[in-house]
Write a protein that binds this ligand. Structure first.
Ligand SMILES: C[S@@+](CC[C@H](N)C(=O)[O-])C[C@H]1O[C@@H](n2cnc3c(N)ncnc32)[C@H](O)[C@@H]1O
Length: 253
């Protein structure tokens, strides 16, 4: 059985990651939009290669934020199931999944420049055709750019755990956002979450189970599906005896 991580340490997968939060930050509602953001704007290191990828490739592979639903067929140039990934970080997992599932479209949302630069570089290096990026707050992207009943799936892997109790309100998986996400899924579409924070895992299970539009595909937590590769942080965590919890829910018909 995995050991329970202490709630005041920084989890390994947030080190040097875009989105690794400063523990001194206090959650504040953005005055314009009224919701508490799940990330903190901070200066993060960006390599010359990531900056170069941003400069060259962002216009080609990204969809600018706008306040109206996008047409997936137009964005991807084909009619195919579309999966939204929230917070792809440096894009390692996203790239592997997009390569392994060429028949699906992937729409990756991330806020931090270094991660978006890294993802763009992966698109070029692997010649990925089925991945597009939106660099914006995922809460607003889902609310404004994703049409109801349109997504085949949602991936949320290792979202920022916000371990301190006073920061829990910053966690992405909260009832209103899950309700919004569920409404964007097609009937039969899935939400797949993974976390290495036990407290957050139980919060995810509680919130997802309470959403009337969703049904759990398992009794409680799910085994890691073969399509989600182990991340390097996860490998290290597993070696240290830390747990990882997957959850897969589907939208009811
Ligand atoms: C801890 S990292 C995990 C990255 C990646 N999924 C992985 O497994 O390595 C969480 C990521 O979510 C991003 N993020 C957090 N809140 C977000 C939001 N509201 N919209 C878009 N990205 C967000 C952060 O910038 C960060 O890169």
């Amino acid at each position: 059985m995995a050991t329970i991580q202490t709630m005041n340490s920084t989890p390994p997968h947030t080190e040097n990651q875009p989105g690794a939060q400063s523990q001194s930050e206090t959650p504040q509602a953005h005055p314009e939009f009224g919701h508490i953001r799940s990330f903190v704007h901070r200066r993060s290191h960006i390599t010359a290669r990531q900056q170069d990828a941003l400069d060259r490739l962002l216009p080609q592979w990204s969809v600018p934020f706008r306040a109206s639903p996008i047409d997936f067929e137009q964005v991807f140039g084909r009619d195919a199931p579309t999966v939204l990934e929230i917070g792809f970080g440096m894009g390692e997992t996203t790239e592997k999944i997009a390569l392994a599932r060429p028949e699906d479209n992937f729409l990756g949302v991330e806020v931090f420049n270094a991660g978006v630069g890294a993802m763009l570089q992966r698109i070029e290096d692997s010649q990925l055709q089925n991945l597009r990026i939106i660099q914006h707050d995922a809460v607003e992207v889902v609310r404004d750019m994703i049409a109801p009943d349109s997504l085949a799936g949602v991936h949320i892997y290792f979202p920022d755990p916000w371990p301190k109790k006073r920061h829990h309100k910053r966690r992405l998986i909260q009832p209103p956002f899950v309700q919004l996400l569920a409404s964007r899924l097609k009937p039969g579409g899935y939400i797949h979450c993974a976390t290495d924070w036990e407290h957050y895992a139980h919060q995810m299970l509680e919130v997802l189970s309470a959403e009337p539009l969703l049904a759990n595909t398992c009794e409680g937590f799910a085994p890691r599906p073969a399509f989600r590769p182990l991340t390097k942080f996860e490998n290290r965590g597993l070696r240290l005896g830390h747990g990882v919890w997957d959850l897969i829910f589907t939208r009811k018909p």
